[in-house]
Structures are given as structure tokens and as C-alpha cells.
Design a protein around this ligand. Structure first.
Ligand code: NBG
Length: 841
């Protein structure tokens, strides 16, 4: 690889001397410190200094600084001893860390200069970093945005997760469609994590429950593996506070190796526990179609909960030695545990067990402590995503926890029977255990609701639906337990760092960069929305971002796109409820019409580039068919000489955080078109809006609030509303649905074979018929199609008015202040966690 001077910088530069300097803040010192790491913390053969070596050395030089701030933060937290929040999440989508860390520490200039002295551009080095993808989609990225805001708001908080060796699979697009290959972020190593060899906790699986003479119970036997802590620093923006994302890795001890067996040549048998421990953190979300897969997933969940709670309790105790023993009743005034969806539900029975069996508390006291400590966030109403674990599997893996869950359920049901006769016939759906003899399961969401002091949804509409439907009967029992916390995104990563051009313009017009931590200040742009000078600066920033995106697209797909065409993007996990199928059917219709036009008619149309990206779960067949269809349509459209000046269709492969940072700044229109009521919030909608991208969307999730904030006239709305959906499905069942001719025409066009020989019959069948599993158009693509196409026509009209469009774009950014995760986290801190800022002086 060539450096900025055009020469290969493969050896260590000699002019600058390597010198350790953890507090370096000036370019020459930083360069010296980078070289010091290249030389004296080597991970590669000596004297090599290619871009990869430069990345590791640069990251380590930054890590020096982060460690310093980190230590100061924990010394300070320890001194003040505030109440702390522990965010338990099976997923974090951290993406790359270098640009973010340099930006949060406000060291862009010095780092860029330092690297230039060493023969590199900062961007080139940043490009070397792997994208840490320990999550699937929105839920994991939300957790990462939350960490950034917790640190920035100086909150005493920790993230807890698992250190998966392979994050979310890499998506390869071939003739067959999507193929999955293992992700490799730890193949070499991650320069950011620090192993804490002194933070190790035993975690048990299987075994049995022993009853002691005094009646107390103890979980014994089974497998015991070790949880070892790896910490990743999370720097706040423009503050010293640097907090931790603590990721657990599973290990067995040396003594767990059976030397005798090993020497007998029984290698696998001898290292059984080692290999079982290793399986736990091998992959994010192991397939759970098989019994083994389910067991492994449950092990992962328990592993996270048990290790984290033991750590939390030991931190609570640390203070006891100096100030006399701490009272357990004070635990909830020192500890808040937030469960990110139901995945960490086992934190509830595990905390009960630790309190009762390990610390001698009685049931009532343990229950009081637990239920004042834990809170639960719900992220979906989709029935298939509401976790239900088989009771027999749970008894096998976690016998003591099943006793505790059974007791929680028993007591809850008794209270209802005693106090709420009106709910008698609801008990079977309210209870935690579903004892249906065909398939007895534990309903994790019910366990969460019964045990948590607070339950929240992630956008107003979603929270309203939770209260009115999924959790309606619980609301009648605990009217004050339910809250809304509309999601947010960090403005640092999602505007300041991913679009420096636009950020600088905003800072210039607002005459301050305070918007970076006080995003409501963006409303100050409204008064300039018509200003020609701002509009022209805005347009040139967009144009630059579009050009950069076009180059990226050409590089990864080989498709050349016109940077002056309308950039229309839909990126998110592929799911039928998100309706990428509606998008591509709309594109197919547009293509057909363009083909039918005369050349001079085509010239009057607005050229568009439609980009669709996202991963399909490996076993989700219809989602994979959609990926294939988008690719096939792209192949045909992009090579059609009559049309490809006016329409291009690109499937963006391997969508992840890093790709999003490229796509979002270059977007002009983005699609958030889920069936109303089904997308809990969506968070990329917020990122697009913040970057001045207009939304075409349904009244679903956070779209509702985005539209309120940016103004109805700046949002392309279409489709049924959530309250109409049940009636529409019923009408369909009754055979009353009449499809729009455009919808039939688009489907017919696919069936005619224009897009190749792949059999799209099964995919299109999901849109046909009136009832049946996977049929009857459950997601209402057909019903919403005409209003979607009408809204798309309005988009084309609006785009022709360049000034009008720019104004809408500016107003979109101006109205996005509410969607800062700083606002969201400040609300959690005040209204759920009851914690306060603890800034390092
Ligand atoms: C997802 C929802 C999104 C939402 C994110 C973050 C799950 C279970 N839910 O709409 O589908 O934006 O959570 O809250 O992944």
C-alpha cells in the first residue's frame, strides 16, 4: 500500500524518535508515542510499519490516554460512591473505534499531523480497522449509542456484554444470493480491549439443588466455567469521563484438564470442559433451530447475567470494608440494572439466588431488593421475537433458577387471586409459566414485567401499543410501572464524525459547536432554511458526500452510479415487516414504465439510484429471496442501455456500522416503510433525518415523532395506520381486498421472467391468497402499494424543485434535536435509574 508520499511506508521512519508519552497531545509527541508502540509493544515482525502496523500502534497510543482517563474516572467513582447503572445487553454494535476516540478526545488535528509525519493519512489508517459487530441490528447499535451518551453525560454507568469471538457474519453476495462467512474481528486482536486477569467469576451450568438442614438451598455439581473480564474503554465527548464496556469471555481452568486422560491419548475427552467453555463465546446468536443451539443460546444468556451480577455485588461489597458492612436494603440505592430486551432476564432469578443462597437473605428481603433494582426495556411486539424458553431445558440447565421462577410465579398468581377477582380468567396469560402440556414454557417478558420496577417501550407509538395490547392487563395491576423512552442516536458518530463537511456548516451558521452535546440547538437552523448561501453550502456538502458514496459503491459492487441522481436508500435487517419487497416492487414498476416511455419522455423523469442493503438471518428463506431479487433486478436494470441513465439499483453488500457511516451522509431520501405497528422504533430513520435526508415512511415507530419534529410537509407519508391494520387483515381474510392494477402489473412483470430464471414463485406467493401461514399478505404490501407509489411520485416532483428540496433537507436536520441519545439517556437516568452525573474534576 502506498503512503501519502507515494512511497511504501513499510519500515519504521528513522527521523522521528520512538518515545513513550502516554499524555502526548501535540503532533510530534504523538508521532513519537506511536513509534514507541510500533517498536516496543510489537505484534508484528520488527521494523515493519505498513498501514496495518500503523493502525495498531496508533490505537495503542490513544489507548494510553484512555487508560489514564479511565483510571481517573474509576478512582473518582470510587470516592464519590454514587448510585451506578449497569446496562446488560447481549448485543453491542460498536463499529470502528479509532475516529470516534480521536474525535471524542478532540485530537483530530494532532493525530492527523502525527500520522502525516509518519507517512500516512489518518483516514487511510482508520480504514484498516475492523468493524466490531457484536450485535444484529438496531438493538445492538442502540446499546452502543447509549454507552457514548452515558460517558458524555458523565453518568456512573457500565455496559456488560459478551466477548464473541465471531461477531455478526459477513455477507457475501454471489449468484446464489446471500452467503454467510464468519466474522473475524479478533483474528489478530483488538487493540482496544484490556483483559482484567483479576476479574474472574465462576459460572455454573446443570447440576442439582441441595437442601441444607436449615432448609436453605444450594446449587451444586454440574459444569463450572470461568468468566474473565475484558474491558473496552468508552470515552465521553469533551469530558474526562471514560467508562467501560465489560465483555465476558468463558474459560476453563488449568486444573479442569484431565491430564491422566490426556496422556492416555483421549485428547478430546480430557479437554471437554475447555471445549464446552470455548463454545459459549464463539459466535453471536448461534442458530437455535436445534436443541443444542437453544441450549447454547440459553447458556450465553445466563453466562452474561451471572458474571455481571457477581461483579456488581462484589463492587457493592468493596465499600463494606472501609465503612462497615453495607446493608442489603441499600443495594437498590446503589445499583440500577437495565435489561436490554428479555435476553438478560435470567438476571432476575440469578440475583434472587445470589442474595438468598450465597448471602443468606430471606425471600421477602431478596425480592424487595431485586424488584427495586431491575428494569426492563421491550424492543418488539413481534410474537416470534418474544422469548419463551422450554421449561424442561431450563430445569436441566438451571434447576435452582427454575425453582425461583416457579416461586415468583406462584406468589404473583396468588396475589392476583387474592386481590383481583376480575382478572381470574386472565391468569393463564398473565402468569410467567405457560404450563400448556404440549409445550410448557417460561415467558420471559412476563417474568420481566412482574419483577421489574419499570418497563419501557422505545417510541411513543410502541409504548402505547405495549400498554394497550401486549401488557394491557399488567397495566391494570401496576398503572405506574410503564413508561416510554423514545430511542436516540449519538450525534457524535452519526453527524459530527461521519459528515465533518455538514457539521462545519452547522457550526458556522449556529456560531457554536455546542449542538454536538445539546442537539436541540439545531432548531436554530430553521431561520436560515431559505437562505441561499446556506442552501448552496448545504448542497455542496451533500454533493461531496454523494460523490464519496458513489466511489465506494463502484469499489464494492463495480456499479457506477450518477452522483447527481436522487440517492434513495433503504438499509436495515431484511425482514418481511420492514417491506424491502415493497421497495423493490416499486422499483420494478418504475423500470417497466421507463421501458415503455419514449426517449424524450424519459428525459423528463428524475434520475434515481436506489440502494438497498441489509443482512438476512441465515435461515430466513423469504428474506434471502428478497436479497436475491434486489440483486437480480439490479443486474437487469443497470445493464439496460435505454433506462440505466434514469434508474440504477444497487444492493449494498455487508451492511454494517462502517458502511452506514458512508451511506447516511450521502443520502437524500430514505425508506422507513414497515407495516404500521410493527417497527418498535427504528433508529436509522433518526440518523438519516439528522443528516438532512428526507424520509418516505409509514406512521410507525419513531417515524411518527420524527414527522412531528421535522414538520408534516417535510415527510413523505403513506400507508395504513396501526389501528387500521387488524381490520385490513380481517377484510383480506374475508376476500374483500381489491389490488391496485400497478401492484398486479409489478408482480406479473417478475413472473414473466425478466429478472432471470430464479423461482420467485414462493416469495410472491406470500402476497397471494387470503389466509394461511406465509400467505394472505400479512404485511399489507398490496394494501399500501398504491399510496406508496403516490408518495414516490410526490418525491420526484419535490426533487425537481431544487431550492424546495434543500429547504426540506435543512428543516429535517433542524428538527432532529429530539433524537439525540443524550436526551434518551438523560431521561432513563432521571426517570428510571435515579442516578446523577459524576464528572471527573
Ligand atoms: C429492535 C426494533 C427496532 C428498534 C430497536 C432498538 C429488536 C428486538 N428490536 O425497531 O425492531 O429500533 O430494537 O430499540 O431487535
Amino acid at each position: 500500500m502506498a503512503n501519502t508520499n507515494g512511497k511504501a511506508a513499510t519500515s519504521l521512519p528513522e527521523k522521528i524518535s520512538a518515545k513513550a508519552n502516554p499524555e502526548a497531545s501535540e503532533a510530534t509527541e504523538i508521532a513519537g508515542n506511536i513509534l514507541y508502540h510500533a517498536k516496543y509493544s510489537p505484534h508484528f515482525s520488527p521494523l515493519k510499519f505498513g498501514p496495518e502496523q500503523a493502525l495498531y500502534a496508533t490505537a495503542e497510543s490513544l489507548r494510553d490516554r484512555l487508560i489514564q482517563l479511565w483510571n481517573e474516572t474509576y478512582v473518582h467513582f470510587n470516592k464519590v460512591d454514587p448510585k451506578q447503572t449497569y446496562y446488560l445487553s447481549m448485543e453491542y454494535l460498536q463499529g470502528r473505534a479509532l475516529t470516534n476516540a480521536i474525535g471524542n478526545l478532540n485530537l483530530q488535528g494532532p493525530y492527523a499531523d502525527a500520522l502525516r509525519k509518519l507517512g500516512y493519512e489518518l483516514e487511510e489508517i482508520a480504514e484498516q480497522e475492523k468493524d466490531a459487530a457484536l450485535g444484529n441490528g438496531g438493538l445492538g447499535r442502540l446499546a452502543s449509542c447509549f454507552l457514548d451518551s452515558m460517558a458524555t453525560l458523565n453518568l456512573p454507568a457500565w455496559g456488560y456484554g459478551l466477548r464473541y469471538r465471531h461477531g455478526l457474519f459477513k455477507q457475501l453476495i454471489s449468484q446464489k444470493g446471500q452467503e454467510e462467512i464468519p466474522e473475524d474481528w479478533l483474528e489478530k486482536f483488538s487493540p482496544w480491549e484490556i483483559v482484567r486477569h483479576d476479574v474472574v467469576f465462576p459460572v455454573r451450568f446443570f447440576g442439582s439443588v441441595e437442601i441444607n438442614p436449615d432448609g436453605s438451598r444450594k446449587w451444586v455439581g454440574g459444569d463450572v466455567v470461568q468468566a474473565l473480564a475484558y474491558d473496552v474503554p468508552i470515552p465521553g465527548y469533551n469530558t474526562k469521563n471514560t467508562i467501560s464496556l465489560r465483555l465476558w469471555e468463558a474459560k476453563a481452568r488449568a486444573e479442569d484438564l484431565d491430564l491422566f486422560q490426556f496422556n492416555e491419548g483421549e485428547y478430546e475427552l480430557a479437554a471437554q470442559l475447555h471445549s464446552r467453555a470455548q463454545q459459549i463465546c464463539t459466535v453471536l446468536y448461534p442458530g437455535d433451530a436445534t436443541e443444542n443451539g437453544k441450549l447454547l443460546r440459553l447458556k450465553q444468556q445466563f453466562f452474561l447475567c451471572s458474571a455481571s451480577l457477581q461483579d456488581i455485588i462484589s463492587r457493592f461489597h468493596e465499600r463494606s470494608t472501609t465503612e462497615g458492612s453495607r446493608k442489603w436494603s441499600d443495594f437498590p440505592s446503589k445499583v440500577a440494572v437495565q435489561m436490554n430486551d428479555t435476553h438478560p432476564t435470567l438476571a432476575i432469578p440469578e440475583l434472587m439466588r445470589l442474595l438468598m443462597d450465597e448471602n443468606g437473605l430471606g425471600w421477602d428481603e431478596a425480592w424487595d431488593v431485586t424488584s427495586r433494582t431491575v428494569a426492563y426495556t421491550n424492543h418488539t411486539v413481534l410474537p416470534e421475537a418474544l422469548e419463551k424458553w422450554s421449561q424442561s431445558l431450563m430445569w436441566k440447565l438451571l434447576p435452582r433458577h427454575m425453582e425461583i421462577i416457579t416461586e415468583i410465579d406462584k406468589r404473583f398468581v396468588k396475589t392476583i387471586r387474592d386481590t383481583r377477582v376480575d382478572l381470574e380468567n386472565k391468569i393463564s396469560s398473565l402468569s410467567i409459566l405457560d404450563n400448556n402440556p404440549q409445550k410448557p414454557v417460561v415467558r420471559m417478558a412476563n417474568l420481566c414485567v412482574v419483577s421489574s420496577h419499570t418497563v419501557n417501550g422505545v417510541a411513543q407509538l410502541h409504548s402505547d401499543i405495549l400498554k394497550a395490547e401486549l401488557f394491557a392487563d399488567y397495566v391494570s395491576i401496576w398503572p405506574n410501572k410503564f413508561q416510554n423512552k423514545t430511542n436516540g442516536i449519538t450525534p457524535r458518530r452519526w453527524l459530527r464524525f461521519c459528515s465533518p463537511e455538514l457539521s462545519d456548516i452547522i457550526t458556522k451558521w449556529l456560531k457554536t459547536d455546542k449542538w454536538i452535546t445539546d442537539l436541540d440547538l439545531l432548531t436554530g437552523l430553521r431561520q436560515f432554511a431559505d437562505n441561499e448561501e446556506l442552501q448552496s453550502e448545504w448542497a455542496s456538502a451533500k454533493a461531496a458526500n454523494k460523490k464519496r458514496l458513489a466511489q465506494y459503491i463502484e469499489r464494492v459492487t463495480g456499479v457506477s452510479i450518477d452522483p447527481t441522481s436522487l440517492f434513495d436508500i433503504q438499509v436495515k435487517r431484511i425482514h418481511e415487516y420492514k417491506r424491502q419487497l415493497m421497495n423493490i416492487l416499486g422499483v420494478i414498476y418504475r423500470f417497466k414504465k421507463l421501458k415503455e416511455m419514449k426517449p424524450e419522455e424519459r428525459k423528463k423523469t428524475v434520475p434515481r439510484t436506489v440502494m438497498i442493503g441489509g443482512k438476512a438471518f441465515a435461515t430466513y428463506t423469504n428474506a434471502k429471496r428478497i436479497v436475491k431479487l434486489v440483486n437480480d433486478v439490479g443486474d437487469v436494470v443497470n445493464s439496460d442501455p435505454e433506462v440505466n441513465e434514469y434508474l440504477k439499483v444497487v444492493f449494498v453488500p455487508n451492511y454494517n456500522v462502517t458502511v452506514a457511516e458512508m451511506l447516511i451522509p450521502g443520502s437524500e431520501l430514505s425508506q422507513h416503510i414497515s407495516t404500521a405497528g410493527m417497527e418498535a422504533s427504528g433508529t436509522s430513520n433518526m440518523k438519516f433525518a439528522l443528516n438532512g435526508c428526507l424520509i418516505i415512511g409509514t406512521l410507525d415507530g419513531a417515524n411518527v415523532e420524527i414527522r412531528e419534529e421535522v414538520g408534516e410537509e417535510n415527510f413523505f407519508l403513506f400507508g395504513a395506520t396501526a389501528d387500521q391494520v387488524p381490520r385490513l387483515r380481517k377484510e383480506r381474510e374475508d376476500g374483500l381486498f381489491k389490488p391496485d392494477p400497478r401492484f398486479d402489473e409489478a408482480k406479473q412483470f417478475v413472473k414473466s421472467g425478466v429478472f432471470g430464471s430464479y423461482d420467485y414463485g414462493p416469495l410472491l406467493d406470500s402476497l397471494e391468497g387470503n389466509t394461511g401461514f406465509g400467505r394472505g399478505d400479512y404485511f399489507l404490501v398490496g394494501y399500501d402499494f398504491p399510496s406508496y407509489m403516490d408518495a414516490q411520485a410526490k418525491v420526484d416532483e419535490a426533487y425537481k424543485d431544487r431550492k424546495g428540496w434543500l429547504k426540506m433537507s435543512i428543516l429535517s436536520t433542524a428538527g432532529s434535536g429530539k433524537f439525540s441519545s443524550d436526551r434518551t439517556i438523560a431521561q432513563y437516568a432521571k426517570e428510571i435509574w435515579n442516578i446523577e452525573a459524576c464528572p471527573v474534576p
